[in-house]
Design a protein around this ligand. Structure first.
Ligand code: ZN
Ligand code: FE
Length: 253
């Protein structure tokens, strides 16, 4: 049984996601950047929230929780419970959690923040990554280290390649420009950058993406490739050092 997935644009460039189980009528929200567009998406479909899943503590992912939480179970990282909205269920990686009838995986993805988690819906084939793995990018390192983020991205990279990657922001066009600067000879990236530019000029979302396309085109997932190591001037360096160099180059771009 796979859940229906709806992308809800919020604020300037955030995305929230709804997952709905037609059999039971349960509906989960992933991140709550802003209440009004999420309420509108729910009432347009006649859905009512049963769960709110939070990837990390930043305001642009949690500010809508208070207005949306009535009747819903709020789920977030136990390690970050002190700075998340009050949680009804505090989870840690490896916990058995069921959302909308689906047994989901909680994946530790520190880097952008230290308590950041991702939610994997294996039957639906989707992973909710917030500001860890993003379309053609990854979140800025506000709290964690490059080594932590590399380990986080490596955990996500081991999911089935057909997995749909639901990330938190529409940053893909600027991410594509940076990606081309560090990986200019990659035909898959060239094609995707063109498609992203066309989609954005039509006002279309470029999120979600698939893990397969991220593996082929996202420079932050490609730090282990010999070509990328050479491009970064680090032909013999360990993967996580190459990742750190790519992340630092993006911060300066
Ligand atoms: Zn964030
Ligand atoms: Fe964010």
């Amino acid at each position: 049984m796979s859940l229906e997935l709806v992308t809800v644009p919020c604020r300037a460039d955030n995305y929230a996601f709804l997952l709905h189980d037609a059999a039971t009528g349960q509906t989960a929200l992933v991140d709550a950047p802003e209440a009004a567009p999420i309420q509108a998406a729910l009432s347009a479909r006649g859905w009512r929230l049963t769960d709110i899943l939070l990837t990390h503590h930043h305001g642009d992912h949690v500010e809508g929780v208070d207005a949306l939480r009535s009747g819903a179970r709020v789920i977030g990282a136990a390690g970050d419970a002190h700075r998340l909205p009050p949680l009804d269920l505090a989870v840690a990686p490896g916990d058995a959690v069921t959302v909308c009838g689906e047994a989901i995986g909680v994946i530790d993805v520190p880097g952008h923040t230290v308590g950041h988690i991702a939610f994997h819906f294996p039957e639906t084939g989707a992973v909710m990554t917030g500001d860890s793995l993003m379309a053609l990018g990854c979140g800025r390192l506000f709290e964690g280290t490059a080594a932590q983020m590399w380990d986080s991205l490596s955990r996500l990279a081991r999911l089935p390649p057909e997995t749909i990657v639901c990330s938190g922001h529409e940053y893909t066009l600027s991410n594509a420009r940076f990606a081309l600067s560090v990986d200019p000879d990659n035909p898959a990236l060239q094609a995707r950058a063109g498609a992203v530019e066309a989609a954005r000029s039509r006002g279309e979302a470029t999120v979600p993406s698939s893990l397969a396309e991220e593996l082929a085109t996202n420079p932050f997932l490609r730090a282990g490739h010999a070509y990328m190591k050479a491009r970064m001037g680090l032909p013999a360096a360990p993967d996580k050092e190459v990742f750190a160099a790519i992340r630092a180059a993006k911060d300066r771009f």
